[in-house]
Write a protein that binds this ligand. Structure first.
Ligand SMILES: O=C(O)c1cc(C(=O)O)c2c(n1)C(=O)C(=O)c1cc(C(=O)O)[nH]c1-2
Ligand SMILES: [Ca+2]
Length: 820
């Protein structure tokens, strides 16, 4: 993969498009992104045009329009050109933040031709072109003519120029995104939002249709059993604890406070699950990646979608599952380009008669569960600075907790507690910064049993770097009511270039235990000090009481992106077990468990796979796991009967090349180019699958059984008292396995790939299993783009079938049950 900045003549552009990209059968053979040279927005006098909110407009030249061509067949490329710096017109953005001038290739070519002999500045991002003689020759000729250069290898002046370019436009997120590839496709979503649809207009139509679909029987049916907002004096703590113990309902995104995602229902068993059938389905009207799972409170199911984050309340008592109410937030779509990994949202929370939604634009809202009316709303962040929300809110006791996303934009992470009653902020704890910000007590807060001392979130950074240090909080949270502690993990330090941020970068990549009422930090454990691979530490913390070494311990179990599964004593943060849960993991040999050692609790990093050791602009190859980890956000479940953890995993490795970047608020702050491929390529074992579904013994730190999955298992697991565990797969199967043995007992191909989790509930005396399909998320987009054509890197491990050959976009809820 290389990035070039070139000046091309129109005929060269056309050559590139026609002969290079369309060699075979009209499908692009080369993976090429051409982007405009971005305008310096500051130079433009918006006021002179009477514009008060520049964010609503794109600048368009007098001679050429912003042009975008959507994905061509299974591959895709994006074309944009902007020929002159002179501003000729302003064009209002559409509701997705895009100027809707989408041209066909023919129209584009006509427009390029009309430019005569003018040169066009392009950023050319290529993947598998290198090594193709004709392309190399052509490129060499262009480069020698104009002294062209290659971004990842050439000199600082060029890089500075490129960074300046990067800093100048929101749209540049595409170019940074394009620099991060999964196989031969883009990993971060380099496409403008509508390129996944036929066009901006058609996407608009889809959304409009969904809006029109707002049901609502003029006389809306009386909402059953959902409690009214702010009803009685019953504290939401009691209410939620009680409700979560009723296996008929699914009242939290995590199943229960402990994040066990286990259902007490047992009508569906290994003996009868083979007869399970879809009972009913519901289209969400939204196309992109559907993470999370519906809630079931009483006789009402609450369903959410990715951006624009529609909320539906469905009547479970009604055989036709009428929509009781629908809420669609009004959000500025300019948030979409600053969402790193698809426009996902991981779900809703319930408490005190309200449904809580953390909108993509960071607005936290409380809706009356009965009517869908807005009760209160509060702004938790600022998307213009790259701050977004993808995580589900979590209600613990009388507070609702929300995090922030944007680690790829230099956002400093924080967790915030709001009162469920009125949305008043109770406390906020940052991931880094002075103790007053982090709510760390220098004399009391411990790390592996030792007090951390003053301002540990500042003095483990160079200068002010902690201010843009990342450590975002976009995962799942859990709560122990007896200890009154809230647990969660913080994400990657920013930038992804470790050479640029010396120090341990505390407290990124850390497990946190905070007091629910004050936010004060009881203990911390930093799993990946000074991260060099983007192993965000945000995965769920599962609380379970287990016998370890003959004693009952209150444990916390965490499957980290870095490939280690940790078992800790959740009362004090003592590290009990840290073992690899994918044997492919190679970046560290082990975690030092010797309490007397200077490196106690630290991973023992292997130089060969250290992107810090190998340095900037060096491509470190064969690192396992890849940046998306041995597991990403897809949550595991705990089965109390067997004591096993059911874990959906990734089996992927990577090449990682860090490069220098500069920080600009609201702009990508990534600083690395990546390639990913099946772990089998590194292991040399002839396999090419990219996922496993495993059972883990967290007491011993051992895999009990492991099932290969063709694709990374990006959907969450739910175990049940029936002895069956459910999960969904990227190609769209809802699967049921025997919790004890892993034997696959049932699978059903749903309409789209599954990256959501599984809700198990009972209605009318019958057990149901519900899951959202809708492929997307980081892996979904990468696979969908990456596997659509052959790739030299992946070719080494054999034929890797395309996800695009198995599934397509589209949000659908499928609810399963045993036949009558
Ligand atoms: O650092 C961050 O703030 C941040 C945010 C998100 C997100 O909000 O979805 C992801 C990531 N990082 C990330 O590293 C990652 O692997 C990832 C995968 C996904 C997904 O939904 O599939 N989101 C994110
Ligand atoms: Ca991240």
């Amino acid at each position: 993969m290389s990035i070039f900045v070139l000046k091309l003549t129109p005929s060269e552009v056309i050559h590139l498009l026609r002969s290079e990209t369309r060699a075979a059968g009209g499908a692009p053979e080369l993976n090429i992104t051409i982007q405009k040279e971005y305008l310096i927005e500051e130079e433009f006098d918006y006021a002179a045009y009477g514009v008060t909110n520049p964010a609503e407009f794109d600048l368009v030249t007098s001679t050429a329009k912003l042009t975008v061509e959507p994905r061509v067949e299974s591959g895709y490329w994006v074309l944009e050109t902007l020929v002159e710096r002179k501003i000729g017109a302003l064009q209002r953005k559409d509701e997705f933040g895009m100027t809707p001038s989408i041209l066909s290739l023919d129209e584009f070519e006509a427009e390029v031709k009309a430019l005569g002999s003018k040169e066009i500045s392009v950023r050319l991002i290529t993947q598998e072109n290198e090594g193709r003689e004709d392309f190399d020759k052509w490129l060499a000729a262009v480069q020698s003519r104009q002294g062209g250069w290659k971004m990842s290898k050439d000199n600082d002046a060029h890089r500075a120029a490129a960074n300046r370019t990067l800093a100048l436009s929101v749209a540049t997120i595409w170019s940074v995104g394009a620099a991060i590839y999964f196989g031969n496709g883009s990993l971060f979503n380099v496409k403008p939002p509508e390129s996944e649809h036929a066009s901006a207009e058609s996407h608009a139509k889809v959304v409009a249709a969904a809006t029109e679909a707002t049901p609502a029987a003029p006389a809306a049916p009386a909402a059953p059993a959902a409690p009214a907002a702010s009803s009685a004096a019953a504290s939401s703590s009691d209410e939620l604890l009680t409700l979560s113990k009723d296996p008929k309902q699914w009242v939290m995104p995590t199943g229960d406070y402990y994040n066990q995602r286990h259902s007490g229902l047992k009508q569906i068993t290994p003996d009868n699950v083979g007869k399970m059938q879809p009972a009913w389905q519901f289209s969400t009207g939204v196309l992109r990646g559907h993470e999370g799972a519906p809630l079931v409170i009483g006789d009402v199911m609450y369903l959410h979608t990715p951006f624009p984050n529609i909320v539906y309340a469905l009547d479970l008592k009604d055989p036709s599952h009428q929509i009781l109410w629908k809420y669609e937030p009004k959000q500025d779509p300019s948030v979409v380009p600053v969402m790193c990994c698809d426009t996902v949202n991981r779900g809703l929370a319930y408490g005190d008669g309200k449904i809580f939604l953390a909108q993509a634009d960071t607005t936290l809202i409380a809706l009356d569960a009965k009517t869908g009316k807005l009760v209160w709303s509060v702004k938790n962040g600022d998307p213009s600075k790259g701050q977004t929300s993808t995580a589900a809110p979590h209600v613990f006791k009388d507070k609702v907790f929300v995090g922030i996303a944007g680690g790829e934009f230099g956002v400093r992470g924080h967790i915030t507690a709001y009162s469920v009653k009125d949305g008043k902020q109770v406390w906020r704890g940052y991931s880094m910064g002075p103790d007053a910000d982090t709510l760390i007590d220098p004399d009391k807060t411990t790390h592996l049993g030792t007090v951390v001392g003053k301002d540990s979130g500042v003095n483990t950074w160079q200068g002010d770097q902690w201010q843009t240090g990342g450590g975002t909080t976009w995962g799942w949270y859990s709560y122990d009511p007896e200890l009154n502690l809230v647990y969660y993990g913080s994400g990657n330090p920013s930038t992804w270039n470790p050479n640029q941020r010396p120090g341990d970068n505390r407290w990124s990549m850390t497990i946190w235990a905070r007091d629910l009422d004050t936010g004060k930090v009881k203990w911390l454990y930093q799993m990946t000090p000074h991260d060099e691979w983007d192993y965000d530490g945000i995965n769920e913390m599962i609380l379970a009481d287990q016998d370890i070494g003959g004693a009952k311990r209150k444990t916390l179990v965490h499957f980290d992106r870095n490939g280690f599964a940790y078992t800790l004593d959740r009362t004090n943060g003592e590290l009990l077990v840290a073992e690899k849960y994918d044997p492919a993991v190679n970046w560290a040999t082990k975690v030092d468990m010797d309490k007397s050692s200077k490196t106690y609790g630290r991973p023992q990093v292997v130089d060969k796979y250290s992107t810090q050791h190998n340095g900037e602009d060096t491509n470190t190859q064969g690192v396992c796991p890849a940046a998306l980890g041995s597991k990403d956000e897809q949550p595991a479940s705990y089965d109390p009967a067997t004591g096993l953890f059911m874990v959906p995993t990734n089996h992927v490795c990577m090449d990682y090349e860090p490069f220098r970047v500069s920080y600009t608020a609201g702009q990508p702050y990534v600083g690395a180019t990546l390639e990913m491929y099946p772990a089998g390529k590194v292991l040399g074992d002839g396999t090419n699958h990219t996922g496993n579904f495993i059972a883990w013994d967290a007491k011993a730190g051992k895999i009990v059984w492991s099932n290969k999955e063709q694709f990374s298992a990006w959907g969450g697991a739910t175990s049940t008292d029936g002895g069956v565990t459910f999960y969904g797969t990227l190609e769209g199967y809802l699967k049921a396995v025997d919790t004890k043995t892993g034997k696959e007992l049932y699978k059903y191909k749903t309409p789209s790939g599954i990256i959501g989790n599984v809700t198990v509930y009972e209605s009318g005396g019958k057990q149901y299993v519900a899951v959202l399909s809708g492929v997307g998320g980081w892996a979904g987009i990468g696979l969908a783009a990456g596997l659509s054509k052959s790739n030299e890197g992946l070719g080494a491990v054999g034929n890797y079938a395309s996800l695009a050959n198995y599934t397509a976009l589209g949000g659908v809820l499928t609810v399963f049950a045993l036949p009558e």
